[in-house]
Design a protein around this ligand. Sequence first.
Ligand code: ZN
Length: 323
Amino acid sequence: MGTGSLVAWWRAVVMSLAGLLCLFGTAQAGERLEVVATTGMIADAVREVGGDRVEVRALMGPGVDPHGYRQTRSDIVAMTRADLVLWHGLYLEAQMEGFLEKLARRQSVVAVAESLPRQDLLAHADHDDRNDPHVWMDPELWSQVVLVVRDALVEARPESAETFRRNADAYLDELDRLADYAREATATVPAEGRVLLTAHDAFGYFGRAYDFEVVGIQGISTQSEAGLSRIRALVDMLVDRDVQAVFVESSVSDRNIRALIEGAASRGQEISLGGELFSDAMGPDGSYEGTYIGMIDHNVTTITRALGGEAPAGGMQDRLAGR
Ligand code: ZN
């Protein structure tokens, strides 16, 4: 090799090293915060607050029941690699709790619903020392969880704090609008029709916020079985109260609900299926119902219309568009 070509070779090495360093530098500066969330509702809040500064993955997709969900091998890999892991808490992820508590000793793990003030929480029907975990059913309560998500993102990536705060403020305004719509729409349901019967007790906070008597065939967790005598007692109640509609849930089997409708029919009471509600999981990815706001809007609109109230077919979006 001559001196000229040696210099050229050296220059090439330096240039490519500089190029590599440069690439590395940009990757560091623009790197997104990697977040793993257990439920779709939490992941949605991360997406809203984090915007393009975060990359979020939900472990439980549409139709997945969190009460019985156990982490898979690939979930474990994703969680251990993540910058931040967010889970719900309040014993929602009953099968994952042990794993998540262990993980929290080694990396940033936050149970986003655990810090809600106890006086805002409903009791758990089956356990004196626990609370009902389904807090996302009340948008005003969920707004407090969004603040916890915001603070967790700020702590993990302080240099983006201003962006996270701005995004959170805008999202909280949207949640206010959602709560207004829910209040106005459900207020039109006649007093005698305000019974919300679903497969499991996920709607307690919804009932408290919008004044419905809530009855779940199964308890607060889907892990308990409803007995025949329970079904019989509920058929009596439906016939007595002249309830018009009952609801199935996207993440729970509809077997018990169908048994109820048949039981009531055999007693001459016709009860319709009011529709499918999203209780513990959101709708399909990429759809409106696959967002938290779309999920609650769908539930509010479906419940209101099935129980004799007035809500536009297209829900809150129709209302906002003046349709
Ligand atoms: Zn549930």
